[in-house]
Write a protein that binds this ligand. Sequence first.
Ligand code: ADP
Ligand code: MG
Ligand code: MG
Length: 337
Amino acid sequence: LEEARLENHLSLLGEYTTSGSGSGCPLLIQRTIARQVTLVNIIGKGRYGEVYLGRWHGENVAVKMFSTRDEDSWKREVEIYQTVMLRHENLLGFIAADNKDNGLTTQLWLITDYHELGSLFDFLTSTSIDVPAMLRLVFSLANGLAHLHMDILGTSDRSKPAIAHRDLKSKNVLVKRNGQCVIADLGLAVRYEGKTGILDIPANEKFGTIRYLAPEVLDGNLNLKNFESLKAVDIYALALVMWEICHRCQFYGSAEDFELPYAHDVPSEPDMGQMREAVCVQKKRPTLPNRWSSREPMITMTRLMRECWYSSSQARLTALRVRKTIATLMATADVKL
Ligand code: ADP
Ligand code: MG
Ligand code: MG
């Protein structure tokens, strides 16, 4: 992969003809990598495809496979990964995309870094964590989201559009061996060019996962044309994921059991109506255990969650603000990344 990364780097420097928008290797190299990957076993299943562990020259990679029926999702996710300046330590690392046509069927592949600890959901289900581990997870998650949301202005090959994820949840975040998160599953993301005010695709109603939808999405009051409001939808979901992480944190005794947000308020596969009733009408939010209000850093963590899941989307914090506040908590507690 080092070789691939070098090629990637060179392509960013403009030494090769790139795939167009620049964050991936040249298409020919991507295809070459893809055809050298062997599949080992299935590791995950989502809405669109199956994810496999693969091997490439002795290294592990993850291969997300889409059926031709979902070609649009594959195209979209690949397109987002090819965004210039997207690469970041807290976003899943893209390696290559390929469509393998063998005459009968077409296999659509998306190859990324492989993370053996799996999704944050899997990780939290199987283990509880201490306070430093909690802070590392939350900081890195906010750091990844802040990078995604950020609009970097520069010359064309040094600027990055703002991106809203639109399907943030613990199953779409992976855990790295160093205890940091990477944000994955960019299939529903939309890009926004601040200079021109253009969304790269119309933000449609095809919004993420019902359980994690912000109140304004549930009650149909979201302004799809305003990019700030799309970021605020991600921030609401961030609050729910922060709660899932804190819920597994050993703080004054043992951790709580793993729970999805609203596990006691809605059925396991809630519909829009049930979710709207709980979140918009009854204004429920995940329960904050009493002991969290007794001492730092949980006092600040609960405040962050509340300020990220406000009903009023304009009142919510930004990812950058969350990151800064957690950085301060880490400095105070002498926790290193
Ligand atoms: P979908 O769009 O179908 O939801 P995802 O990209 O979310 O697909 O992947 C589905 C699941 O596969 C994830 O929740 C995770 O458990 C697993 N997975 C995906 N990518 C990786 C990876 N790079 N390393 C390890 N596990 C992964
Ligand atoms: Mg997913
Ligand atoms: Mg998806």
